[in-house]
Write a protein that binds this ligand. Structure first.
Ligand code: 1CP
Length: 333
């Protein structure tokens, strides 16, 4: 058990726990080297030996308290039989959505496709570098997955604004939730000690649809993770009602994005908080970066707080700045 779990469970800790979203990724030259030799991103995710190496790369360089598995939320559409590829300078491209096929696909077929992810978790969790550290497994929240599956590409490109009016959403959502439970269970059984739910596109949804697409489905998954005696962190990026979200969904930890005012959140929310710092601040010079980081450390001084960013590390980040920031947080008293 690592200090993330200690922090969440209010046990004594002697420093602030820290990890970063996208801590394994393109800002690291050793990742780029592996990536250049593995042009097929899905195959890379499904190669346990190499994805283990990528998962552990940031822990070899920095004093992070947790690893997050090198995988992707879009392996779920892939496991449900929707084609998936990642194109250079474009991002994910998903194939046609064949609802009938998706609804009929069996657990066995799904698990067969995702088996390499569980193998990755199994071999990574046994590595001695993770002794006393957490291994974070994850899923995409149902809404975010629905967006990718129906839109067939990142909503950053263009978004079909009628997405939530699609009459088949009900069945698709049910299948997504069902599949996510399978995926959560297998990640936990393979050695994931915490689960994070990424709702990266929560901010796109109109508020009147929150119950249907965000609150109810996510709450169901949160309850499921808790029933396995594992802590769950939720990251509903871009919403502006974090307090209401916590009251309804009840995650163990809420991960905040960089648009959120930390002082207001510290006042409003009494569950453990994670993250917040704008990843762009890691592109500043060292002194300015640390001033920004200190604001979060000071604001959450009397709170259960896991240091993280308000979204993923940017590819143009200098790893030296990551090192300086992590050491600053670990030394903060
Ligand atoms: O080399 C490359 O181009 C690959 C870039 C990359 C990486 C490093 C992708 C493609 N996925 C990943 C790994 C990944 N994805 C992790 C690994 C662990 C870590 O954080 O270190 C995680 C947790 C994810 C989760 C993920 N995938 C999310 C949720 C978090 C977020 O960033 O908001 C999302 C939205 C995706 C979809 C995805 N995967 C990759 C891309 C380019 C995208 C699309 C993003 C978009 O829509 O703009």
């Amino acid at each position: 058990m690592g200090i993330l779990k200690d922090c969440i469970n209010n046990n004594n800790i002697d420093s602030i726990p820290i990890w970063f979203m996208r801590q394994a990724g393109r800002y690291l030259p050793e990742f780029r080297e592996i990536r250049s030799k593995n042009p097929n991103f899905v195959e890379l995710c499904l190669n346990p030996k190499i994805s283990k190496e990528i998962t552990l790369q940031p822990l070899k360089r920095f004093l992070f308290d947790a690893a997050i598995i090198f995988s992707d939320i879009l392996l779920i559409p892939y496991a449900l039989g929707q084609d998936l590829k990642f194109e250079k300078n474009f991002g994910p491209k998903l194939g046609n959505l064949n609802l009938e096929n998706i609804l009929n696909i069996s657990d066995k077929e799904i698990l067969e496709k995702l088996k390499p992810v569980y193998k990755l978790i199994d071999i990574t969790s046994k590595d001695k570098i993770l002794k006393n550290k957490d291994l974070i497994g994850f899923i995409g929240a149902p809404w975010t997955l629905l967006v990718y599956m129906v839109n067939q590409k990142s909503p950053k490109k263009t978004l079909n604004t009628d997405i939530y009016k699609n009459v088949n959403n009900k069945y698709l959502l049910e299948k997504i939730i069902y599949t996510q439970k399978l995926h959560i269970k297998n990640q936990v059984e393979s050695g994931a000690t915490i689960i994070q739910i990424f709702d990266s596109w929560a901010g796109l949804l109109e508020y009147k649809y929150y119950d249907k697409y965000i609150y109810n489905p996510t709450q169901e998954l949160v309850n499921y993770v808790k029933s396995l005696n594992v802590e769950v962190i939720c990251f509903p990026r871009g919403i502006n009602c974090y307090k209401e979200y916590c009251d309804i969904v009840k995650p163990n930890v809420i991960s905040i994005d960089y648009e959120v005012d930390p002082a207001l959140i510290a006042k409003e929310i009494n569950i453990p908080i994670q993250g917040g710092l704008d990843p762009k601040f890691l592109l500043l010079d060292k002194k300015e970066m640390l001033i920004k980081a200190k604001k979060y450390l000071e604001t959450f001084k009397n709170h259960q707080y896991i240091f993280n960013l308000g979204h993923g590390v940017l590819p143009e980040t200098n790893p030296e700045n990551v090192k300086i920031l992590v050491e600053f947080v670990k030394d903060f008293k």
